[in-house]
Design a protein. Sequence first.
Length: 489
Amino acid sequence: MTDSTTSPVRRERTFLGHPLQLGTLFGVEMFERFSFYGMQSILLLYMYNAVTDGGLGYDQGVAAGVVGAYGGTVYLSTILAAWVGDRLFGPERVLFGSAISVMAGHIALAVLPGGTGLAVGLVLVAFGSGGVKANASTIIAMLYGEGDDRRDAGFSIFYLGVNIGSLLGQILTPVVQTRTASFHIGFGLAAVGMAIGLIQYSLFRRNLPAGGRTAPNPLPATQRTRAGLIGVAAVVVLLVLTFTGVITAGRLDYIVTAIVAIATVGYFALMLSSPKVDPIERRRVLAFVPMWVASAVFWAIFQQIFTVLTIYADERVDRSVFGLFEIPAGTVQSIEPFFVVVLAGVFAAVWTKLGPRQPASPTKMAIGTIVVGLGFLLFVPLAGTGANGTPLLAVAGILLVFCVAELFTSPVGQSLSTKLAPRAFQTQMVALFFLSVSMGSVLAGVLADFYSADNEVAYFGITGVAAVVVGAVVLATVPKLKVLMEGVR
C-alpha cells in the first residue's frame, strides 16, 4: 500500500540533456553571432567597393588588414572584459552590458555615414563582442561540476548556437544588402538580430548562476580609482596617436599584432608568477602554452574566410547555382557554418558517448590544426582556374574540411581553458585562449597582403604546410602535456 501523500519525484528540466541555463546563453550567443558574422560577411566588400557602388573605396590590401585588425581587437578586448568580470562586476553583468554595446555598434554602422560610422561601429562591436565571448564561456563553466564529462559536449552545443547564428547572418545579410543595394540596410539587419538576442537574455538572465553576478577576485576599493585613471589615460593616448597619424588604417594590423603578443606574454607571466596560483595550477598554465600556439596558427588560417577567401569568392569563384541564380560573395562564407550546424551535434554526441575514453583535449586541438592546414593545401590544385572559374562545389568541399578542423579546435579550446584555469583567474584564462584567436585573426589580415591570384600555389602551399607542421609538433608532445595537466583531460 502506498502513501498517497508522497510527492512525485520531479524530473530536472534540461536543455538537450544539459543544465537549462545553457539555453539562455545559447540564445544570446546565437543572436550575437548572427549580428557579428552577418555584418562581417559584407564588411570587407563595403570597405573596398567603389564609393559609387555604396562602398568606401579603400585599397583591397588595406581593407583586408583593417578587417583582420578588427577581428583581432574583438578577441583582444576579451582581456579587458574578463578583467572587469573577474575584478569588478562579475561575468554575468559584464555580458549583459557587452550585448548592449554590440547592438549600439551595429546601429552606428547602419545610420552613421562613411568612415565615422565605420570607426564608431567597429569599436563598439569589437569591445561588446569580446565581452560577450569571454564572460559567456565562464558562466557556462559554472553550470558543470569538476569532473563532469558533459562539459566538452556542453561547449559543443553552445558552439552549435554560435554557428546557427553565424549561418543565418551570413546568408541573410548579404542577400538583403544585394537586394537593396545598400550596405547600411545590411548593417541594420545585424542590429535587429542583436536586439532580439538582448530581449531574450533580459527575460531569462535571472535564472543564471548567482555566482556569475559577483566578482570572484574583487579589486580592493582603494585600487578602483587608479584603475579608472589608467583606463582614461589609455583612451586619451589612443586618440592622440590616431589624430596625429601614428595609428593609420595601413598600420593597424601590425599594431594590433604587437599588442596581442605583448598582452599574451604578460598574461602568461602574471599567472605563472602570481602567489594566488598554486604549483598544480602553475603546471596546468604551462601545459596551455603549446596549445595556445596551435590555436593561434589554426585561427590564422581559418579567419582568412573573412579576408583572403572573401576576395577569392568575389573574384575567383563561379557563384552560380545550377545556372539559376548567383549567390552573393558574402554568402559563400555561410557554407562553413552550415556544415558546423549539421555536424556539431554529431561531435557533441560522440564526445558524450565516449566519455572518459574520448581523445584528450591537446590531441583534439593538434588534429584540428593539422586538418585546417590540409584544407588550405586543397586550394593549390585550383590555382590557375581564371577569374570566377573555381567551381563553387570545390570551395564547399574545402569549407567542409575547415568545419571538421573547427569542431576539433574551437569548442575544445574554450572548454580546456576553463578546466586549466587557476581559481583566481577563471575568466582571464578564457581571455588568454581568446588571445590566441585574436592573434590568428589579425594574422589573417597581415597574411592577406601577400595573397594574389598570381601566387596562389606558394601562398596556400606554404601556409598550409606550416599549420600541418605545428599541429604535428603539438601532437608529439601530448604525453608530456598530460603530465603537466595533472589529471585534466
